[in-house]
Design a protein around this ligand. Structure first.
Ligand code: ADP
Ligand code: ADP
Length: 225
């Protein structure tokens, strides 16, 4: 079942064709990675899906809705930013509660939902702490919790592991993947790290110079000469 469908998606910045006529489908529950060198258009494509940039041309369909002209908040997509973008003046609990409060979820449900997701990311003991009192891996888990707490149909990860050291990166690869599979949340991740793409993905989309070069399973992509 298709969750996200991009058709002829195109975006230019002045003279730069950042994303050039991209067609993609992402299936329900899939971990889909966009892999490519710096400048290949990965971040722009993610921003177009999230709504931080608008397409020059083409359509973006999420489930049954065309979202290409909607504001980011109206798209109801969860996103983990490269440097997490936690609110420094808010506790872990309040950071995670933020998307719920913004959606006017009642107090009791906020409590229930935040507690549940704190369990999922194994941070029950840390709800009163502030971001600067957490390790990098813990901050990442808060960012993940905040992105999934409102049960979005789609989760976007922008270079999710680039801020972590090597050991932690492998541990978080495992953790993110197991949470993603358990919740069956359709996920698109952007990275330039081949090993990360190979480990985490159901399918990989290789981008180059704004276009899609190849979409296939990690096995098929890596067995090529
Ligand atoms: P990647 O994420 O793969 O590194 P980007 O999507 O960031 O690639 O960039 C793709 C191309 O678009 C690059 O040539 C980049 O310099 C250009 N670009 C991205 N964002 C902007 C912008 N806001 N203004 C001008 N050019 C941009
Ligand atoms: P990433 O590390 O995710 O690929 P970059 O470091 O390339 O992102 O870009 C950081 C920010 O600068 C992004 O918001 C991107 O859109 C913007 N940007 C990238 N290239 C350019 C450019 N040539 N001119 C203006 N803004 C750019």
């Amino acid at each position: 079942q298709i969750d996200l469908q991009l058709r002829n998606v195109t975006k230019s910045y002045k003279k730069t064709q950042a994303v050039n006529n991209v067609n993609l489908t992402v299936n329900q529950g899939e971990f889909f990675t966009i892999l490519g060198p710096s400048g290949s258009g990965k971040t722009t494509l993610l921003k177009l899906i999230a709504g931080f940039e608008t397409v020059d041309d083409g359509s973006i369909k999420l489930k049954t809705q065309d979202i290409a002209s909607k504001k980011p908040y109206e798209r109801n997509i969860g996103m983990v930013f490269q440097n997490y973008a936690l609110f420094p003046h808010m506790s872990v609990f309040d950071n995670i509660a933020y998307p719920l409060r913004r959606r006017r979820v009642n107090k009791k449900d906020v409590q229930t939902k935040v507690k549940r997701v704190l369990q999922v990311v194994q941070l029950e003991e840390f709800s009163k702490r502030f971001p600067n009192q957490l390790s990098g891996g813990q901050q990442q888990r808060v960012a993940l919790a905040r992105a999934i707490v409102f049960d979005p149909p789609l989760l976007l990860l922008d270079e999710p592991l680039s801020a972590l050291d090597k050991n932690l990166r492998q541990q978080m690869q495992f953790e993110i993947k197991s949470i993603q599979k358990r919740l069956e949340i359709t996920t698109i991740s952007v990275t330039h790290d081949q090993e990360e793409a190979l480990t985490m993905s159901d399918r990989i989309c290789v981008m180059n110079e704004g276009g899609v070069e190849q979409v296939d399973t990690p096995e098929n992509i890596y067995k090529q000469p």
